[in-house]
Design a protein around this ligand. Sequence first.
Ligand code: NAD
Ligand code: ZN
Length: 637
Amino acid sequence: MYRKALIKNPSWDDDPTQNTPIAMNPTPVEELVDLLKAYNRAYRQGAPIVEDAEYDNLVEQLRQRVPDHPFLQAVEPEQFSGRQQVRHPAPMLSIEKAYDRDQLERFVARVQKEADALGIDTPTFRLTPKLDGLAGRDDGEVFATRGNGEMGYEISNAFAKGVVPIGGRGQGVGEIVVVKSYFEEHMAEFFEHPRNMVVGIVSSDTLNENAKTALDAGMVRFVPYNQLQGPTVEAKQLVAERRGLVETLLAEVDYPTDGVVVAVTDEVLKTRMGATAHHYRWQIAIKSKGDTAETTVEDIQWQVGRTGNVTPVMMVAPVSLSGATIRRVTAHHAGNIRNQGIGIGTRIEIIRSGEVIPKLEKVLEAHGEVCLPEACPSCSGPLTWQNDFLKCTNPACRAQIEQRISHWFRILGNADWFGIKTIGRIVESGHRSLEAVYRLTEADFLEMAFGPVQSKNLAEAITLSRTRLVEDWRFLAAFGISDLGTGDSRKLLAHFSIEEVLSLEEEQIEQIKGFGKITSKSIAADLKRIGPLMAHMLDLGFNLQRTPLAAEQTAVESPIAGKGIVFTGKMVQGSREAMQAAARAMGARVQTAVSGTTDYLVCGEKVGAAKMAKATRLGVSVLTEAEYQALVNGGLP
Ligand SMILES: NC(=O)c1ccc[n+]([C@@H]2O[C@H](COP(=O)([O-])OP(=O)(O)OC[C@H]3O[C@@H](n4cnc5c(N)ncnc54)[C@H](O)[C@@H]3O)[C@@H](O)[C@H]2O)c1
Ligand SMILES: [Zn+2]
C-alpha cells in the first residue's frame, strides 16, 4: 500500500530565510504549569508576557497531556493587593472554549441530550461578543472583580474615577473595557493592549494623564453582559453558519473582543446543566487558536532527530500566514501522515500562533499516495514504529550523531561556531563522536578544508567550551538523555554530585520528587549507557559550576536560607542593594543573573519579558516584590 518515498534529509540550515523547526522534545508537565501560572499572573496584572494565542495553545497542550490537571479545574486567579475581598453570590466562572467545528458540535450534542430529557425539541442559543477586558460584578453598591471566581476584590471607586456604567448601576456581571476605536486612535502608543490600561486604572490609586483623558472622555466603560446585543439561533444554524455569525456579530462591536460567547437561553435547561468548578456547562466561547491558512502539500521530506525519530516535514505551496511566507510545515510525527493519508496534493489547514512555527492543524482533503520511508533517510538502516513515531534504531546513524553533537554545543551554550553544517563536515570526515571532536586541533580542521580563520576559531571554541565556567546541569543535559532536560538535570544535581550521577540506580532517582518510575528506569539505563562518555568528558576537565546540594543549603534558619535569589527591576520598598544585603543576611545566595541555580526571581517594576520567560523556563519561581516580602515574613510564595 505504501510506496517507498524519495528521501532526503533536509537541513534547516540550507536556507536561512525559511522558517525553522521547533525542538521536538515536549516541555515537562510541571514546567508547563509553572510557565502558565507565571504567564497568567503577569496577564492579570496588566502586563502579559505572551500572546493569548500562545497561552491558549499551552493550555490546550496541558489539556491533551493531563486532562484532569488541577490547573485546568479552576478559574485562573487574579490578585489585587490592598483591596477588600468580596464573596460573589454565584461563582464567576471561566468559559469553555471551542476552537473548531467538532468542539462546537460536541457542545451542541450535550445540550441536545439534556434538552431531550426535559422535552425541549429545539433548544436555542444566544450569541454575544466575548469582551476582552477585566470582568467584574456590580450589585449597585459594591463593585468587585472576578478574583478567583468565588471571591473578588472590591473596586467600587472605579466609578468615581470615571468608569461609565452602561445601563446604570446594579446590572450584575460584565466587563470593564475601553472603546476600541478610541483606544486605537489615542492610546495604542501608550499601552500594548486595552486590557492593560483597564487593569492599570482599576488597580492603582493614582491615575496617569492618559488614563484621565480616556476616563474624562467617557471611553472606559463597565458593560454588563445583559446589555450586549446578539442573535438567537438554533443548533443547526449555529454549527453550519458559525463563521458568518461570528464575523457579523464582531464587526458591529466597538469594544475589544476575543471570540463569541454562546449561551443556552432556556433557564430550566441551564439549571439542569449546571457547572463544573471551571465553567458553566450551558455556555461555550467560539475562539480561534491562532492564525490559520490553507495550502497544498507539494513534497514530504524526512528529518532524523538525535534520538532517531524520523519526522515528516511538509513542503507546501507558499502561503502567507501572520506576516511570514510559509513553505515548510511540521507534521510532528509519521503517524499523522499514515493515519490521515497525506500524500502529494493533499489540502491542509496549517496554524501558527505566537512565535511557534506553523504546524499541521487539519487535513481538508487527502490526495495522492501515502509515502512512508522504509529505511532511515540518513543511514538506510531499518525503521521501527514506536507508537506514532518512526524510529531509526541504528546508534551509528550519521544524522543522529550530527544532531547529538549539535545538541551538545547548543545546550552547553558556551561555545559558538558549531552549526549543523560545520558539524556535518566534521562527522563526514570521520570524527563521529564527542570524544573525537574534542581531540581535534587547528591542523585537523585545516585538513577538513575549513578556512584558516574558521579552523582557528573552531579549535579555540573547543578549548573555550572546556575552560569557560558552565553550570553542571547544562553539562549533564547536553548529553541528550531523554527525560533529562535542563530542568530535571538541575533537580537531580541538587541531590547528587555529577560524579555520583554516573552510577545512579533507578531507585535513587525515583526517590526524588518529580521523577516517576518509568522515567527513572529509562534515565538510569541511559546514564549507564553514556557513563564512559561522561567519564571521558569529566576527565577533559570541564570547568563546572556545581549545583549546591539540597542538604548543604540550610545553615541559617530562614525561609530563604540557601536559596538562590536574583533581584531585578526597580524596587519600590527600598534600594535593590539594601534588599540584597538583607537577603544575604538571611542566608540567601544573592545572584546577579538568573541561572539554573536560581530559586527566586524577585521582580520590581519594568522587568523584561525575556528575563521572565527565561526564569520560568529554568524552573525559577517568579515573585513580585510583595510576594517576596510575604515569603520572607514566613508566608508562602
Ligand atoms: N496572554 C497571556 O499571558 C494570558 C494569560 C492568562 C489568560 N489569558 C487569556 O485569558 C483567557 C482565559 O481567562 P479567563 O478565564 O479570564 O477568560 P475566559 O476566556 O475563560 O472567559 C471567561 C470570562 O469571559 C467573560 N465574558 C466576556 N464576555 C462575555 C459575555 N458576552 N458573556 C459572558 N461572559 C463574558 C466572563 O467574565 C468570564 O469570566 C484566555 O483566552 C487566555 O488567552 C492570556
Ligand atoms: Zn539512521
